[in-house]
Design a protein around this ligand. Structure first.
Ligand code: AKB
Length: 315
């Protein structure tokens, strides 16, 4: 059975990935870690430790004490907040990953690293963005993601570390809120549909971005780490996507269930320019070919599930 450490476990993906990993591999085999103390389900359902992943010795001690063989390294700042806190974004995004890879090299751990659509930039082809293409991002988040992809490839080729990863699109979930991303509107809109019946969107109508429902994002993280390595040509940073959507598509999908739901726009120039530098839609055929990636949710099935669960949660 795998012995897994998850860093950044209180983040949007971490909170739910820890539960999914505990269900699959056994609670006692999945150590959730974060720089902040945690209460609630992460602590109640299995082991939890404070971990600052910018400290090599702390990661090494944690891996040795837990006898870990796999690290899901999720600690990072999201795109909009990384533009505010560039030094911290670099420290967590780059130094954190570097130390995780060093520990993996020394101990033989496998490493999962989540890259993002943020690893692309304005000079990238925006429609059906290929797996291998131009990557000149204009954000600190994007710089750390591209460098992270390269570093993971380097540690695999140079030292044989089993590094794997995906490029996530915006992720939508009713359980955990994202914190400071460009795609956060796609979560906020469902909350506001239930609580206020209206939403003011900070991205322009027509701004297409890739999105994915959380259960598919969790499946991608687990499936890539379980994939047969002899089939993997790319290994790190596989494009994975489910939906290519703009704000008005969420409006229509929600209106099918809440006909009076209304939306207006007040554009946030920082997040709008980040969104415009990202793909409209990614080509994820490499992931489909090399490890049988396939998302399960459509806009309609995701919207029904989000609204049903948020009704229970918020009322
Ligand atoms: C963000 O908006 O920063 C993230 C991402 C797409 O990487 N959700």
């Amino acid at each position: 059975m795998k012995r897994i450490i998850v860093t950044g476990s209180q983040g949007q993906i971490g909170t739910e990935l820890v539960q999914a990993l505990r269900e699959r591999y056994g609670s006692e085999n999945v150590l959730a870690t974060d720089i902040r103390e945690v209460q609630g389900s992460l602590r109640e359902t299995g082991p939890f430790e404070i971990l600052d992943c910018t400290q090599h010795h702390s990661i090494m001690k944690m891996v040795k004490d837990f006898k870990a063989d796999t690290i899901y390294h999720l600690a990072a700042l999201l795109s909009a907040v990384a533009e505010e806190k560039t030094a911290l974004a670099w420290d967590v995004g780059m130094n954190g990953l570097f130390y995780v890879l060093e520990v993996a090299r020394e101990t033989g751990c496998s490493v999962f690293f989540p890259s993002s659509i943020g690893a692309f930039g304005l000079s990238t082809p925006q429609d059906k963005t290929p797996q291998d293409t131009i990557q000149r991002p204009s954000t600190m988040y994007g710089v750390t993601k591209v460098a992270g992809e390269l570093l993971c490839d380097y540690y695999h080729k140079r030292f044989g570390v089993d590094t794997r990863g995906v490029r996530y699109p915006g992720i939508i979930s009713y359980k955990t809120l994202p914190g400071g991303g460009t795609t956060d509107y796609a979560v906020d809109i469902y909350y506001k549909a239930i609580t206020d019946g209206r939403y003011t969107c900070y991205l322009k109508e027509g701004t297409h971005l890739d999105m994915m429902y959380m259960p598919d994002a969790l499946k991608a993280a687990i499936d890539i780490m379980e994939a047969d390595p002899s089939r993997l040509i790319h290994r790190n940073c596989f494009n994975v996507t489910s939906l290519s959507v703009a704000p008005e598509h969420f409006l229509s999908a929600i209106r099918r269930h809440y006909p009076d739901f209304a939306m207006d726009y007040k554009i946030d120039s920082v997040r709008q320019s980040i969104a415009e530098s990202w793909p409209n839609s990614m080509d994820d055929s490499a992931a489909r070919d090399e490890w049988d990636w396939q998302p399960s949710y459509t806009m309609e099935s995701m919207t029904i599930d989000m609204l049903e669960n948020l009704q229970k949660k918020l009322k």
